[in-house]
Structure formats: structure tokens, C-alpha cells
Design a protein around this ligand. Structure first.
Ligand code: NAD
Length: 520
């Protein structure tokens, strides 16, 4: 049956918790322009991590429904790719206006389903909105190249054309930003899209799709299917899907990368991280400590750009005590509370995993400078909260260092020199980002040149690049060769066609030559 998503959105964020608990709404799929409830009787509860309240239920989409979504996208492709690029851009222009209009609603939904603070949820929406703004200039971004008279009377030009049906598979930690890294770029390039949001917080994707349709995106251009492994595998195997954008963990990302590339698809796979910040003794103490605390504990450490490991070089090790003082001052509470600095982690299982990794660090000899594992938040006693936690004297062989923790836990290591610190970072398998804090230009330049990480911060914690650049994770943090958004993103969602044309009065009677044509 058709479902009106406005009603869904209202239910999932504003309805009284007690009425939601009684009858949580099912999250609709979006197929061929209609928001429809799945026929599947199986669903997963979407749980507010601050309260354990069931916010909504996500269906495990049936195979028939999945096929219907792909076929709607396939059917919509020919006319959408022929829709003028200016029209496609204008839809994005309208979409960015509507996202601004509804930012508060989107943010409230994100806080309810994902747990981050309302202010942080606004940032989640805004960083995605910037990609939509960038997509408004697609005509320029997608331009090809032209070389006149490459041979006598012959010109060559290349054009970038859309691929067809593309798909996106999303993680839980940025319910708005990451879908917005994907579909606005893909569809403005002329592709059609099938999006699979995270089953943990699908509400923002539905609200964004609703706005995209209000902005004028034709039926079938954007489709949404919910589910988990089976839906993901169906996306990897489907012959009509040409490209997959994935963001999430390494286990899922490498599985998707190999399964889908074996079927000949393009894949861009952004995965896990262990981002290091190197602190030199000449850094500005105040600004550095603030940056470490914000990037280590913001979003409860559940950002792929979280700064999870600090390497203190030489004397800066004595700053650990000050770091602890600042971390202690942070307020842990439900994201909906105006004074909260950090909210809960996404699930009880995630909390258990984080606590286990902290414990393993302690057992292998790390010093627990701050322990947030037993925090109780008044009024939210059932929430999955972990307070800021700091482990010092961490070494590279510890499990807590080798694994991505993805919680509000900062590991402190030490190095005798910048050289040694750079070696520590480069030996780590991940390569999402790394930062240095120093007042020495020479040290910063050495770091920038020698560090093996995709995103480099100098006196800033790891930045998520603005959309005119690309998100450039490397090593185990990325698989594929065309990154998300920016020029690389446009290249990912388009293929090059090279045209060679000859327009001249052909001289008669020159005969046929079977030799390899050469330019002259
Ligand atoms: P996840 O891998 O558990 O889930 C991501 C998506 O993959 C979900 O839609 C899920 O349904 C699906 N999935 C999960 N396991 C699967 C499997 N075995 N087979 C097929 N599909 C599967 O990730 P998450 O917990 O939602 O997100 C957190 C992870 O995402 C962290 O590792 C974080 O570093 C990473 N992340 C990376 C970036 C980046 O840009 N590098 C950005 C955000 C998050």
C-alpha cells in the first residue's frame, strides 16, 4: 500500500514516544516514485540509542521489490539522461533550498535515530547540503575536452556520459551527509539511482528523497530499498546496476568491492579508519588540546574522521593531564539535550565492543587515564552511553590500537622524534587521515610529504574536504580508484566517450591503404 512519507517523518520524530512504542511506523521503500510499504513480514527495529525506544521498523525488502526498484531506475534512465543538464542542475538548486527549509526536521530525525547531538546533526545535514550545492554546477564539472585538427581535417573530442543505474550503500554514522555524497552527484550526471540506507537510521534518507521529489526529480530517478546483507548482495549481483558507492566498515566494504567488481561493476568503497594526530612540543597548547578533544570525542567518536590516536612527540607527553581535564569537562547526555557535548553510541552491541577493546588495552599494559565505561546519565539510564575515555602508553601491538574502536576513546602513544612518529602512523594499515600540530613549517612540510594518509590536517584535526575537492582516504580505508565527490566523484559516475570526426572534401582516387592510420 502507498505510504505518505510526510506522515512517516512526522511519526518518526514528533509523535509521542509512547504512541510510537505501541505502533512504530514501518519505513517505506521508494519505488518508481511511490513510497510503498514492503510486502515482507520481516523487519528490524530502529532504536533510539539514548532511550531504547523503538522509533520505526525497517523492512527487509523482498527480492521482487528490489527488482522493481532496479527496473524503475532502468526505465527512468533514457529520458533522464536526455533531460537537459541545466534542468537537472535546477532540480539540485531547488533541492538545496528545500534541505535548508527542513534542516531542523532532518536534524531531529538524525538525533532520534542515530543519537548525535542536535548541533552535530545540523552539521551532518549541512556537510551533505554542500555536495548538493556543488552538484548545481554539474554542466561545468562534466565538460569534456576538444582537440581540433589532430590530423588533416580531423578533430577529436571526449564527452562524459552517465553510466545508467547506480547504487549506494550507506553506514549509520552520517544518515544525511553520506546519502548526499552519493545520489545528488550521480543523478545530476544523468544516472538513475537505487539507495540502501543504513538499517539503523533510515529516516533521513526517506526525508531527503521526499525533498528530492518535491524539488522535481522525476519518478524512478531515485529509488530506495531497505535491508541488510541480502539486499546488499542483490545490489552487487544485479546485471542492470553499473556502479556501487559504499561507505562503511572494512568487512562489508571489501566483500562488496570484490563481489561487485567480479561482476564488472565500478565500485568506490570508503571504509574504516584509525586517524592519528602527531603533537610536537612547539604546538600551541590550547588550540591543540581543544582540537584533540573535539575530534576525539565529537559524535561519540563515531566519525570515520575521528582522531582516535594521539602521538605525543618528546616533551608534549606532559600534556596528557591537561587533555584529561578537558575531556572530563564534556557533558555526556542524550543528543536532544541542549547542553550535551556527546551522545550515546549507536547500539548496546557497539557499547559492549568499545568496552571490550578498552579492557583489552588495560590488560595489555595501557594506562587508563579516564574511564567513561560506567557512566550513568540521569533521565537516560537505558542509553548506550560511554563517557570520554583515554588510554595512555598504548603500543602498536595492542588490540585496541589495531582495531578501529569507533567510540569516544582516545589512545595516547609516544615518540622520541617526528621521524619516529611518522613511522608509527605509516605502519598502521588504515590511511583515512592524519594530522600534525606544530608551529614549525619545516616539520609540517616533512609530515605532509612523508605521511601515508589520504587526508592530511596541519594544525586542524582531520578535515572532511569540501565538495570541490574529493574525500581521499587511502590504504585500507579505501578500495577503488575514483573517490567520492569533487572531480573524482563526477568521473566515477560518468564514462568517457572519445569521438574522432573527419569533415573535409575527400580527394578522389587516392586508393585504399591497409596500413595503420597515422596522423599527418
Ligand atoms: P557497516 O559496514 O556495518 O554497514 C554499512 C552498510 O553495509 C550498511 O548499509 C549495512 O547494511 C551493510 N552491511 C554491513 N555488513 C555487511 C555485510 N557483511 N555484507 C553486506 N552488507 C553489509 O558500517 P557501519 O557500522 O554502519 O558504519 C561504521 C563504519 O563505517 C566504520 O568502520 C567507519 O569508519 C566507516 N565509515 C567510513 C567512512 C569513510 O568515508 N571512510 C565514512 C563513514 C563511516
Amino acid at each position: 500500500k502507498a505510504v505518505r512519507p510526510q506522515i512517516f517523518a512526522r511519526f518518526s520524530t514528533v509523535a509521542e514516544p509512547s504512541s510510537r512504542q505501541h505502533n512504530p511506523p514501518r519505513v517505506p521503500n521508494l519505488i518508481g516514485g511511490a513510497f510503498v510499504d514492503s510486502q515482507s513480514s520481516e523487519s528490524i527495529d530502529v532504536i533510539n540509542p539514548a532511550t531504547q525506544e523503538v522509533v520505526s521498523r525497517v523492512p527487509l525488502t523482498t527480492n521482487e521489490e528490489f527488482r522493481a526498484a532496479v527496473s524503475a531506475a532502468k526505465q527512468a534512465f533514457p529520458s533522464w539522461r536526455n533531460t537537459p543538464i541545466t534542468t537537472r542542475q535546477r532540480i539540485m538548486l531547488k533541492l538545496q533550498e528545500l534541505i535548508r527549509r527542513d534542516t531542523d526536521k532532518l536534524a531531529l530525525n538524525i538525533t532520534t535515530e542515530q543519537g548525535k547531538t542536535l548541533k552535530d546533526a545540523h552539521g551532518d545535514v549541512f556537510r551533505g547540503l554542500e555536495v548538493v550545492e556543488h552538484a548545481c554546477g554539474m554542466a561545468t564539472l562534466q565538460m569534456g575536452e576538444y582537440a581540433p585538427n589532430v590530423s588533416n581535417g580531423i578533430d577529436t573530442f571526449s564527452i562524459r556520459e552517465p553510466l545508467g543505474v547506480c547504487a549506494g550503500i550507506c553506514p549509520f554514522n552520517f544518515p544525511a551527509m553520506i546519502p548526499l555524497w552519493m545520489f545528488p552527484v550521480a543523478v545530476t550526471c544523468g544516472n538513475t539511482f537505487v539507495l540502501k540506507p543504513s538499517e539503523k537510521d533510515p529516516g533521513a534518507s526517506i526525508m531527503l528523497a521526499e525533498l528530492a521529489m518535491e524539488a522535481g526529480l522525476p519518478k524512478g530517478v531515485l529509488n530506495i530499498v531497505h535491508g541488510t546483507h541480502d539486499t546488499v548482495n542483490a545490489i552487487c549481483d544485479d546485471d542492470d546496476i553499473r556502479a556501487i558507492s559504499f561507505v562503511g566498515s572494512n568487512v562489508a566494504g571489501m566483500h562488496i568491492y570484490s563481489r561487485a567488481s567480479a561482476k564488472g561493476k565500478r565500485v568506490q568503497s570508503n571504509m574504516g579508519a584509525k586517524n592519528h594526530g602527531i603533537v610536537l612540543p612547539d604546538a600551541n597548547i590550547d588550540a591543540t588540546l581543544n582540537a584533540l578533544v573535539a575530534a576525539g570525542f565529537g559524535a561519540a567518536g563515531q566519525r570515520c574522521m575521528a582522531l582516535s590516536t594521539v602521538v605525543f612527540v618528546g616533551d608534549s607527553k606532559s600534556w596528557e593531564d591537561k587533555l584529561v581535564e578537558r575531556a572530563k569537562a564534556l557533558k555526556v547526555s542524550a543528543g536532544i539535550e541542549p547542553d550535551a557535548d556527546l551522545g550515546p553510541v549507536i547500539s548496546k552491541q557497539a557499547k559492549e565492543r568499545v568496552c571490550r577493546l578498552v579492557q583489552s588495552g588495560v590488560e595489555s599494559g595501557a594506562r587508563l587515564l579516564l574511564d567513561g565505561r560506567n557512566i550513568v546519565v540521569p533521565g537516560y539510564e537505558d542509553g548506550n552511553f560511554i563517557g570520554p575515555t583515554i588510554l595512555a602508553d598504548v603500543t602498536a601491538d595492542m588490540e585496541c590500537y589495531k582495531e578501529e574502536i569507533f567510540g569516544p576513546v582516545l589512545l595516547c602513544m609516544q615518540a622520541g622524534s617526528l621521524e619516529e612518529a611518522i613511522n608509527i602512523v605509516n605502519k598502521n594499515k588504515y590511511g583515512n587521515g592524519a594530522a600534525i600540530f606544530t608551529s614549525s613549517g619545516a616539520a609540517a612540510r616533512k609530515f605532509q610529504t612523508e605521511i601515508e594518509a589520504g587526508q592530511v590536517g596541519i594544525n586542524v584535526p582531520i578535515p572532511v574536504p569540501l565538495p570541490f575537492f574529493s574525500f581521499t582516504g587511502s590504504k585500507a580505508s579505501f578500495a577503488g580508484d575514483l573517490n567520492f565527490y569533487g572531480k573524482a566523484g563526477v568521473n566515477f559516475y560518468t564514462q568517457i566517450k572519445t569521438v574522432t570526426q573527419q569533415w573535409k572534401d575527400l580527394p578522389g582516387g587516392s586508393g585504399v591503404s591497409l596500413a595503420m592510420p597515422t596522423s599527418q
